[in-house]
Design a binder for this molecule. Structure first.
Ligand code: UDP
Length: 303
């Protein structure tokens, strides 16, 4: 996102406490005079009055771990960044008059019983399980956004982001694309959880960023929740086989216990994004995986 904004001529302040991010990922942007970085935590109340942030025009609140491995390792941090952190960002938006985009999640639908998931589907979340700290915190973050939109007419937009990937994912991120691609490239076993019949719909990062940019630009997105994702659904086993074929790997595909509450099927309806934003994704899973594999393999900067 920062790279896209800078390439469009924007002045960008990246705020990150490096809970899951890494400073070396800033190498490309660091020398750019249109980019600066602040090591701050959005849950810290002082951020609202930080002198460097008083002229912001647009806030992309993308903070929070998103990988089950990381958000479950720090459940209270996950809850805080999406609730208190969201509230602080809304206060900053109110103070500065900025627009705000909150990155919510397909996990707001939990293990959905309705397919594809439209934004008016209220979901099926287990409050008493390992994914609840993420799902419920994101849902409460949406509530904070709703109240600021309703009470203060703040220009708030909520993006429910579905599985997004590129080689920008850490190799130890734990999510399926980074796991499968790095396993295949290292000729290790490709670890499918369960029987691999569960599905996901994978969106390449450049498409996701385009969707988020349009949400920020368009007044039609104010006070709206919009799914941002690719609506082509794959089983996890199909994904493993595709990664194996595209890498030319001789890795074996092995089967392991399914984590608790792992959603069985997930696919967004992106009709609302098409209608309000004129957006739809353009990168197929095969093309996105080719770019991901190449960047991981050659150590070139990810998109
Ligand atoms: N998964 C898998 N092997 C892995 C990592 C994940 O089979 O090495 C499965 C996981 O059980 C889930 C799907 O891939 O069904 C997507 O998992 P991920 O952690 O990427 O994200 P989620 O969509 O579950 O938050």
């Amino acid at each position: 996102m920062a790279k896209r904004l800078v390439s469009e001529g924007g002045q960008v302040i990246g705020v990150d406490n490096l809970a899951t991010g890494r400073k070396d990922r800033l190498a490309e942007l660091a020398p750019n005079p249109h980019f600066s970085y602040l090591d701050l935590d959005v849950t810290d109340a002082g951020i609202v009055n930080h002198p460097a942030l008083q002229d912001v025009r647009e806030i992309y609140h993308l903070a929070s771990a998103a990988s089950p491995r990381f958000y479950q390792a720090d459940p209270f941090g996950t809850i805080a960044v999406n609730t208190t952190g969201t509230h602080n960002m809304l206060k900053l938006a109110l103070k500065t008059g900025a627009k705000l985009l909150f990155s919510s999640t397909s996990e707001a639908y939990g293990d959905p019983l309705v397919h594809p998931q439209r934004e008016d589907y209220r979901g099926n979340v287990n409050t008493w399980g390992p994914r609840a700290c993420y799902d419920e915190a994101k849902r409460l973050g949406e509530v904070y956004c709703y109240e600021y939109w309703r009470r203060h007419a703040l220009r708030v937009k909520v993006a429910r982001i579905f599985n997004t990937y590129s080689a920008g994912l850490r190799t130890d991120d734990g999510r399926v694309i980074s796991n499968f691609v790095t396993q295949a490239l290292e000729e290790r076993n490709i670890t499918v959880y369960g029987d691999g019949s569960q599905t996901r719909s994978f969106c390449y990062v450049t498409d996701t960023v385009s969707g988020l940019r349009l949400m920020m630009e368009k007044d039609e997105a104010n006070g709206e929740i919009i799914n941002i994702g690719n609506d082509r659904e794959y089983t996890i086993l199909q994904t493993a086989e595709l990664v194996k074929r595209l890498t030319g790997s001789s890795s074996a595909i092995t089967f392991h216990p399914l984590p608790a509450d792992d959603p069985v099927r997930r696919r967004p309806s992106i009709e609302k994004a098409a209608r309000l934003l004129g957006w739809k994704p353009s990168v197929s899973l095969e093309e996105g995986l080719r770019r991901t594999i190449e960047a991981y393999r050659n150590g070139t900067p990810p998109e």
